[in-house]
Write a protein that binds this ligand. Structure first.
Ligand code: GCO
Length: 394
């Protein structure tokens, strides 16, 4: 039996835009409805979790989980520049309180890719006052996390956000074929993160950090590949983990691995199992991300804030997660402080430009009635959470 540390946070993760529905004041809503967009379908009602959050949280608790990572939506809280919606702040506060009611530890993300449409219109992360605006939004959102929230993620995957900003618009989100990161945006995101953490430090006991897509880049055995891999990994991911030094924790998000040749990243080799997102089925990904984040940050405690698999075959989700957890347990044995595991995702959801087809959820739902159905993987994972551990498979 592989037992995890006491108080280990067993949860699942979501992001507001991907499950709530009708996030009409966000920049993504605009992109989804722009003629000739490359986004395959609009988010629409998504999983209607904006209205059904109570049922969703209750379901996670019934399954056996003890935590839930979700994001709050800047575009709802500040729909126009400088205009705060008290009703939306109250809505997200109710989500936190609902978590408490069901014995679920809320882990709150302030910004998960989507921003208000006015923020993008007024210069996006290149605006000279971007960090001021993000700090002000953090102030507005403070009542949501002012009590009973231990972990707050400021910005989700700043490294992916910096790459998205390198394109014409956010619609080029196709995970690993992204353009190069915009370094000016990277700096703005870091400044925003630091300003936001300052605001959050007003809340006693609150721990803040950001989450990094810690993709494992591996050199193929060819001259020049190792140099290219270092350079590529540094610009894409490693710098962001390094910048987490001094944070209270760092969120690791990892799904797969990518091989890099002297010319750059390579497609998945033929014959290997891939998932619905086209990524290689690679259960050690989270453990690899944990080790690199731990080293690069100078031993900041790590939380796996996302890890999972898009598949229509739920038995592969169980196999993937079983493997991932065994490897994560090894990192704990190595002495790394791992705070928890937030499986991506609680629910099938809107996978950005790919629409609803890649199903990452432990829980499925009917596209017409929104009725939730936990998959066998949800029951299996709930059992692991209750036992605070699992048997090694072989
Ligand atoms: C990201 C995001 C999630 C994705 C997930 C699967 O990593 O892009 O944090 O919003 O849905 O990672 O691609």
């Amino acid at each position: 039996m592989l037992t995890f540390p006491d108080g280990f946070l067993w949860g699942a993760a979501t992001a507001a835009h991907q499950i709530e529905g009708n996030n009409v004041n966000s920049n993504w809503w605009v992109h989804e409805h722009t003629p000739r967009t490359t986004i395959v379908e609009p988010s629409g009602d998504a999983a209607d979790s904006y209205h059904r959050f109570r049922d969703d949280i209750r379901l996670l608790a019934e399954l056996g989980l003890n935590s839930y990572r979700f994001s709050i939506e800047w575009a709802r809280i500040e729909p126009e520049r400088g205009v705060v919606s008290k009703a939306q702040v109250a809505h997200y506060r109710r989500m936190v309180e609902t978590c408490h009611e069901f014995g679920i530890e809320p882990i709150v993300t302030l910004m998960h890719f989507t921003v208000p449409r006015w923020f993008e219109r007024d210069g996006f992360w290149r605006a000279p006052d971007a960090a001021d605006l993000f700090a002000r939004y953090t102030e507005l959102a403070l009542p949501v996390v002012a009590e009973g929230v231990e972990y707050v993620c400021t910005i989700n995957e700043p490294n992916i956000a910096a790459m998205l900003a390198g394109g014409e618009d956010a619609s080029n989100l196709v995970a690993y074929g992204l353009p190069n990161p915009d370094l000016e945006v990277a700096d703005a995101l870091l400044a925003s993160h630091r300003r936001s953490r300052e605001v959050l430090s007003q809340v006693a006991g609150l721990k803040s950090g950001w989450t990094v897509a810690t993709q494992a880049f591996k050199a193929v055995d060819e001259p020049g590949a190792a140099e290219k891999t270092r350079e590529y990994g540094y610009v894409r991911d490693d710098w962001y983990s390094e910048m987490a030094a001094g944070d209270d924790f760092v969120g690791v998000q990892a799904y797969t691995q990518t091989f890099v040749g002297p010319e750059g990243p390579r497609p998945v080799a033929e014959g290997l199992e891939t998932t619905l997102t086209g990524w290689e089925f690679h259960p050690p990904a989270a453990a690899e991300g944990i080790r690199s984040a731990w080293e690069l940050s100078g031993h900041v405690p790590v939380m796996v804030t996302e890890n999972g698999i898009a598949t229509a075959d739920d038995t592969r989700r169980i196999a993937y997660t079983q493997g991932a957890l065994e490897h994560i347990h090894d990192t704990i044995d190595e002495g790394i402080e791992v705070l928890g595991y937030q499986h991506w995702s609680a629910l099938d959801n809107y996978e950005w430009a790919s629409g609803f087809r890649p199903t990452f959820g432990l829980i499925g739902w009917d596209r017409d009635t929104f009725e939730r159905t936990p998959k066998p993987s949800a029951r299996w994972y709930g059992g692991v959470a209750r036992a605070n551990g699992l048997e090694r498979s072989s």
